[in-house]
Design a protein around this ligand. Structure first.
Ligand SMILES: Nc1nc2c(ncn2[C@@H]2O[C@H](COP(=O)(O)OP(=O)(O)OP(=O)(O)O)[C@@H](O)[C@H]2O)c(=O)[nH]1
Length: 385
């Protein structure tokens, strides 16, 4: 606008100077031809003077407006520099990392935190650098854990994600650091990104999960023997009952009871009884091989062995192995009416679960079999029929 006004002024100045010159030359010519002068020459002289005066005025205004324009430009530049410095200071004070990329995915600006989070690639974080070049460099420097082993694929996916309308991700970087990244397109097609360091949060969450796992394990562990307790057995039975029903696979249960344990306690004392329970638990735990088989203390001097995918014959084999292990251990039982050493009675059951029935069906059946083993002389395994 100002520029246009200056051009107009110049145009008028040229016109007036030319007009004044023409008038002046005409006056001089007429005066030279008619000594004494004529009114026309007088008017021409006056016009010439007016023209010159106007020219000086216009020139003065032109110089003034040029000065004004220069001053305004300087002020605008100063204001822009100050605004940029204020923006940089404001961005740098933020605890989160901020980045702006233009519609061609080239960096416009970022704050100091952004460079701090990716120090290996900080030298590339200048206006004009492509996002792709920055993340590729970070991946090659080993900063991006997810990129390891397939950098090209990762870079392609990351750039595509950056260009989405909006995206959220939890990014793992070297040194077990975690970043929450939120990116969004701006109305002019650029991309604004916000990164928050979540390392402490992720570590605390992991510690909490670990503590919860330990707590869950503790709450399902028998304090005396260290094997699973009744709660763990109930939980596993519920799961295995449904799984076996779905797969139409046999599920076996051995209910193991120490014979004449009251007499053992009476003779060896309660602490001796505790030690005996620990030994039996160890022997039973050593008698199972598969990871999905469970040995737990059912209560008192009773133990259970839950054996998935196990028919009656295989379950009988496991029961025999348990009794044989105890026979080998030859734990003395001075007060036992049926043997001089500690013996076990085992109730065995194996069935393909009916999902319409409760898992207790299996326990009741094993209990009935155990009763049979006890009543038919102890130191034996009886199957449910
Ligand atoms: N030391 C010790 N004894 C326990 C524990 N829990 C239960 N008992 C004892 O285990 C004994 C179980 O006795 P009973 O149920 O009569 O069974 P039993 O003497 O083994 O007789 P049968 O099973 O018929 O052979 C009781 O004396 C309980 O006090 C324990 O944690 N530690």
């Amino acid at each position: 606008m100002q520029h246009r006004r200056n051009e107009d002024n110049l145009y008028w100045l040229v016109l007036l100077v030319m007009g004044a010159l023409v008038a002046g030359i005409t006056a001089l010519a007429l005066r030279a031809g008619q000594p004494g002068g004529t009114p026309l020459a007088l008017w021409a002289g006056v016009a010439s003077l007016v023209g010159l005066l106007a020219a000086v005025l216009v020139q003065w205004r032109l110089i003034r407006s040029l000065d004004d324009a220069r001053r305004h430009a300087r002020e605008a530049e100063r204001a822009a520099t100050q605004a940029r410095a204020q923006l940089d200071a404001a961005l740098d004070i933020l605890p989160d990392a901020l980045s702006f990329y233009d519609a061609d995915d080239r960096m416009v600006l970022c704050n100091a935190r952004y460079r701090e989070l990716y120090p290996e690639s900080a030298h590339l974080m200048v206006p004009g650098t492509r996002f792709e070049d920055i993340v590729r460099h970070a991946a090659q420097a080993g900063t991006m854990v997810e990129a390891q082993g397939h950098i090209d694929d990762w870079v392609r996916q990351r750039v595509a994600m950056h260009l989405r309308e909006q995206s959220h991700l939890l990014q793992e970087t070297a040194g077990d650091r975690w970043m929450r990244v939120i990116e969004r397109r701006t109305p002019d097609g650029g991309i604004v990104g916000l990164r928050t360091d979540m390392t402490e949060y992720v570590r605390k969450e992991r510690q909490l999960a670990h503590a919860n796992e330990k707590l869950a394990l503790l709450s399902t562990t028998d304090g005396l023997t260290g094997i699973g307790n009744r709660r763990r057995f109930d939980q596993r039975l519920a799961v295995e009952w449904l799984r076996s029903a779905r797969q139409r696979a046999p599920l076996a249960l051995l209910l193991v009871d120490i014979d004449h344990f009251k007499l053992y306690n009476d003779h060896y004392g309660h602490l001796g009884g505790d030690e005996c329970l620990r030994r039996v638990a160890l022997l039973l735990a050593a008698s199972v091989r598969r990871a999905d088989e469970l040995v737990a203390r059912y209560g008192g001097e009773e133990f259970v062995l839950l054996l998935p995918d196990c028919d009656a014959e295989s379950a009988h084999y496991v029961a025999q192995a348990c009794m044989e292990a105890l026979r080998q251990a030859a734990v003395p039982h001075a007060r036992s009416p049926s043997a001089s050493r500690l013996t076990l009675s085992i109730g065995l059951v194996s069935m393909v679960p009916d999902p319409a029935q409760s898992p207790d069906t299996l326990v009741h059946a094993a209990d009935a079999a155990l009763y049979k083993a006890k009543s038919s002389g102890r130191d034996r395994c009886a199957g449910f029929s």
